[in-house]
Design a protein around this ligand. Structure first.
Ligand SMILES: Cc1cc2nc3c(=O)[nH]c(=O)nc-3n(C[C@H](O)[C@H](O)[C@H](O)COP(=O)(O)OP(=O)(O)OC[C@H]3O[C@@H](n4cnc5c(N)ncnc54)[C@H](O)[C@@H]3O)c2cc1C
Length: 352
């Protein structure tokens, strides 16, 4: 089948690669390869540290379990071994946070996550001497992890091209739709026709579909790395040690498509990071980056399909984590005509 995917973030690329592997012809329309939240993201695969619940937790854990094979596959095709670190340290800094975290740990360990190691404050400071003495409690969620998203995005583009995928450098400006069927997609310069269309335009989805996806700005810092260890996830900031640097994230701002970096953003993140790890006072400041998360009113994704098209957006804070399962759902739809139960759960009509 000839398939046109609009949007070259992690969601579009992951779907594209699965479809190419299944033998389809895939074109990717993307107006700027380096645009998109996927390049900026922290890269945490963290359903437990994020405190997810219910069906969305189940969905996220299903995706987490696909990550090992997903990274292996990308390495095999692209030749790039993307940086990955296993385990995230979730800490509590106040009495209330401690109580909440202990409740979560109890629930998760009963049914969905066995790989948890708990520490009281004193044990934590002994084990991780760069963490603040204010820490009261913490757990390592051993099933969680972190990827270097820049390396991953580069590897995904290489894999896509190696598998014979074609990139069309087009800003899609209009869609010609008759009922639930797309007839044609208009780029700025040319028209595009395919057997099946997939839209993965992240925070920009609303330009073509009247679904409630909006941009949620996130600023994130890149600093030098005085220590290398687990990702530390706290309410003040998260600290992500990688091979060559540390990321400190992230702000959550409702400012439309504004992508300016601000002193207030840098102040908040710097203060948060030093509160969690006073050792970071001496870290060198490299840069601040901005990305636009595709948000929705209930913070869950939006999945939709018509006669010859599908839409996957609204992954908000967890689009890196959720890319493999989204690709699997898209592949089953296009290749086998199978409709995942998640189309119902994440239907845009839930808001009506
Ligand atoms: C600061 C920050 C930290 C984050 N940390 C994490 C994390 O730790 N873990 C996690 O799982 N997630 C994280 N996220 C969220 C994650 O980055 C997103 O959910 C994910 O990247 C969304 O991927 P996407 O492919 O849907 O969208 P994007 O990556 O935004 O890609 C959208 C693509 O669509 C293209 N496009 C848009 N409109 C058009 C058009 N008209 N024509 C052609 N192309 C178009 C863009 O150019 C872009 O290529 C973070 C996000 C931010 C901003």
């Amino acid at each position: 089948m000839d398939i046109l995917i609009v949007g070259g973030g992690i969601v579009g690329l992951s779907i594209a690669i699965d479809l190419l592997l299944a033998g389809h012809n895939v074109k990717l329309s993307v107006r700027n390869e380096r645009e998109g939240a996927s390049w900026v993201a922290g890269g945490m695969l963290a359903p437990f540290s994020e405190g997810l619940e219910g069906d969305f937790l189940r969905f996220s854990v299903e995706s987490l379990r696909l990550w090992h094979d997903y990274l292996e596959r990308i390495k095999e095709i692209s030749g790039i071994g993307v940086f990955f670190s296993q385990g995230i340290l979730r800490i509590a800094l106040t009495e209330e946070e401690e109580r909440e975290l202990k409740e979560k740990v109890k629930r998760y360990s009963q049914n969905i996550c066995q790989n948890i190691v708990s520490y009281d404050g004193r044990e934590l400071i002994k084990e991780f001497p760069y963490i603040t003495e204010e820490v009261r409690y913490g757990v390592i969620y051993g099933d969680e992890g972190n990827v270097d998203t820049e390396e991953l995005m580069e590897a995904l583009y290489i894999a896509f091209k190696k598998l014979g995928g074609e990139i069309i450098g087009e800003d899609v400006v209009r869609i010609h739709k008759e009922g639930e069927k797309i007839e044609k997609v208009y780029g700025f310069f040319k028209e595009m026709v395919a057997d099946f269309y997939i839209f993965t335009t992240g925070a920009w989805l609303k330009k073509h579909f009247n679904f409630p996806v909006f941009p949620v700005k996130g600023q994130i810092l890149r600093i030098s790395a005085p220590f290398k260890d687990y990702v530390i996830y706290s309410s003040s900031a998260y600290i992500i040690p990688r091979e060559k640097d540390i990321l400190v994230g992230a702000t959550t701002e409702h400012r439309g498509f504004d992508t300016t970096t601000t002193l207030e953003g840098v102040r908040k993140l710097t203060q948060g990071a030093i509160k969690v790890s006073p050792a970071l006072k001496e870290a060198e400041f490299f840069e601040v980056r901005v990305g636009l998360r595709p948000g929705t009113p209930d913070e869950l994704p939006i999945f939709y399909f018509g006669e010859n098209f599908a839409v996957f957006s609204g992954h908000y804070r967890n689009g890196i984590l959720l890319a493999p399962i989204t690709a699997e759902i898209a592949l089953k739809l296009v290749d086998k005509g199978e409709f995942s139960e998640y189309f119902k759960l994440f239907s845009p009509y839930r808001f009506k």
